[in-house]
Design a protein around this ligand. Structure first.
Ligand code: G6P
Length: 610
């Protein structure tokens, strides 16, 4: 989704912006652009498609400029073309802006500006900001920005430059992340909507909060609010000099991240489990003991893959900790009457920590005075900063739009949390010990799945030709099926439907035929027999069946056309080998269907609009 990168310093600012934008590519985008100031004139470059197309339009040699702002756009208002790509300008082309978010009152403002004679070039809501800044401009960029912000409704992170202020960048934010990094020794300032754009650098960073405006002028940075009061920001250190995004020899980030899972699952529990006591401890969980023991209702909110992790956690929290739990799709939560009591805990799950729908759901929970906890991969992310407490996944940066390692890390952390809460209630030491002992075997069981990847690839060849596929599972294997179907949709563009197998007879069975295969998850012992019956019904209607089953199961090979055998484990943990096998299956189907796995169509890694 949209990304901002700005640079002020002695390096070639356009080159710096191109590099920054490349680090934001993983978020998903469909066009990009850069604006800079040359000889008191604004210049710009825009291209739909990849950053590489933008790069081809720029002859860096002749452009050794100190200041530039850049953007990757994910279309919301208007098609993905050069005209709608950022930066946007006012009519006179004195001001250039880049914007993330959505201006909710843009149509009213646009009409008003048009009535006043302003001419618009694009279909975007963002152009309104540039025109409004121009209308309000009276030689002072800060004053102009403050006035403009008071007229805008909605979410925004903006960076702007003006042709008459060749040493200044102003940026501001409201409900959309923006971080400024600076290197005192090199006199460089970097602006971005995503900390990942600073990868490979050691910097001092500050995060702007709602309605804060940063004015970067030559060697200084000043932050004020809408009342023009100076805000003293906390300086934080980013040490990422020795880090980089690399595929480490894998063809795609997705495959690399699938193969990281034995390690990332381990990282999620290392230092947190005490097997001999059957106990779990988290580094910084500072809720009081009395609150923790009195929680009587947990609401988990998330989107996409993280929501599927929430569904799995719901079952486990209820079964093991005896706490009533609901899993809510974040974008739906605002329409509900959220029932929060003093003993309610709201948990937000998010890999990126920046998903706008999850942020909005969290806000609602906070308004209702709920206690909040986040489970996130990105430290310092908006969601981590919004919640009272956070548990980090420690999975390392996830670049692929398809979330894989974050999902298995989320489940690991959620299981640990369930044990943590359950042990303060009725769970006995022995049960905790047994679970943790099994959990420690999981990385190895996942490794065994990775070892049969060529077999999974063979099976994928057979199923890749179908346009519609059903994914079935029951109990914990139903969210597993949902997640497996989502992976296939995201990168293979196959119409993949996931159902709890028992529901098939209540309608969807009408769709089953020789043309619609079934992929079934049977590694859950509790649901095994029932799953066999459902599969018999599908088989009777001619469906081809691929089953993911535990090694010691019986009977499935007589029903299914293909079986992928997985390591045996306890029901709760069978999600891990099953999900990793399904991730590999989706990956290989996408390879066979020749889709752009690193940049799946229409999708964004970090969805920063509601
Ligand atoms: C986007 C991504 C999904 C992801 C979802 C939630 O839609 O394409 O892969 O699961 O956002 O992201 P989060 O960062 O909040 O887990």
């Amino acid at each position: 989704m949209c990304g901002i990168f700005g640079y002020l310093g002695k390096k070639n600012s356009i080159k710096a912006c191109l590099n920054g934008l490349k680090l934001l590519e993983y978020r998903g985008y469909d066009s990009a652009g850069i604006a800079a100031i040359k000889n008191n004139r604004l210049i710009n470059f825009k291209a739909s498609g990849k950053i590489s197309s933008l790069e081809k339009k720029i002859h860096l040699k002749h452009l050794n400029l100190d200041i530039a702002i850049g953007h990757t756009r994910w279309a919301t208002h208007g098609k993905a073309n050069d005209k709608n790509a950022h930066p946007h300008f006012d009519e006179k082309k004195h001001i250039a802006i880049v914007h993330n978010g959505i201006i909710e009152n843009y149509d009213v403002l646009k009409k008003d500006l048009k009535d006043k004679g302003f001419k618009f070039r694009s279909e975007t809501d963002s152009e309104v900001i540039a025109q409004l800044l121009s209308k309000n401009y009276k030689n002072d960029l800060l004053e102009t920005t403050i006035k403009t912000l008071t007229e805008l409704k909605g979410s925004l992170a903006i960076a702007l430059i003006h042709k008459n202020h060749p040493n200044e960048i102003v940026c501001a934010t409201r409900e959309s992340p923006l971080v400024i990094g600076f290197d005192d020794k090199k006199n460089e300032f970097l602006i971005s909507s995503d900390l990942n754009a600073f990868l490979g650098r050691n910097l001092n960073v500050i995060f702007l909060k709602n309605d804060e405006i940063a004015h970067i002028k030559q060697k200084e940075i000043k932050v004020i609010n809408l009342k023009k009061q100076i805000i003293f920001k906390k300086l934080e250190k980013l040490n990422s000099k020795n880090q980089n995004f690399s595929k480490k020899g894998f063809k795609h980030y997705l495959l690399k991240e699938i193969f990281e899972q034995p390690l990332t699952i381990q990282k999620a529990y290392l230092g947190r489990i005490f097997e001999e006591k059957g106990q779990v401890e988290f580094e910084h969980l500072n809720f009081t003991k009395s609150f923790l023991s009195q929680i009587d209702n947990i609401i988990i909110t998330a989107c996409g893959t993280s929501y599927h992790a929430a569904l799995i956690a719901k079952t486990y929290f209820e079964e093991k900790a005896n706490i009533l739990t609901s899993a809510e799709i974040a974008s739906e939560m605002r329409f509900k009457n959220l029932l929060v009591t003093p003993n309610t805990l709201v948990i937000a799950i998010s890999q990126s920590g920046e998903t706008a729908d999850t942020i909005a759901a969290l806000k609602l929970a906070k308004e209702k005075k709920a206690k909040t906890l986040s489970i996130v991969n990105v430290q310092n992310s908006t969601i981590a900063r919004m919640t009272e407490e956070s548990i980090f996944l420690k999975a390392g940066p996830e670049r692929s739009v398809c979330s894989t390692k974050a999902f298995t890390s989320q489940i690991t952390v959620l299981y640990l949390l369930a044990i943590y809460l359950a042990r303060q209630r009725s769970m006995q030491k022995k049960e905790g010990m047994l679970f943790l002992k099994e959990l420690k075997k999981t990385p190895n069981k996942v490794r065994k799945v990775l070892q049969i990847s060529s077999l999974i690839k063979e099976k994928a060849k057979k199923y890749a030709k179908f346009e519609n596929i059903f994914f079935l599972g029951r109990n914990l294997m139903f969210p597993t099926a949902l997640e497996a179907a989502l992976k296939l949709k995201e990168i293979s563009y196959v119409n993949a439907n996931a159902y709890p197998a028992g529901e098939m007879k209540h309608g969807p069975l009408a769709l089953i035929s020789q043309k619609v295969p079934v992929i079934a998850f049977l590694a859950n012992k509790k649901t095994y027999d029932k799953m066999l019956s459902s599969l018999m019904e599908a088989k009777a209607r001619g469906a081809l069946i691929l089953a993911f089953a535990s090694k010691n199961s019986y009977g499935i090979e007589d029903i299914a056309d293909d079986v992928i055998w997985l390591e045996n484990t306890i029901d709760e943990l069978s999600i891990f080998p099953s999900s990793v096998a399904a991730q590999l299956f989706a990956y290989f189907v996408a390879v066979i269907r020749k889709t752009d796995i690193d940049h799946p169509r229409n999708l964004a890694k970090s969805v920063t609009v509601e």
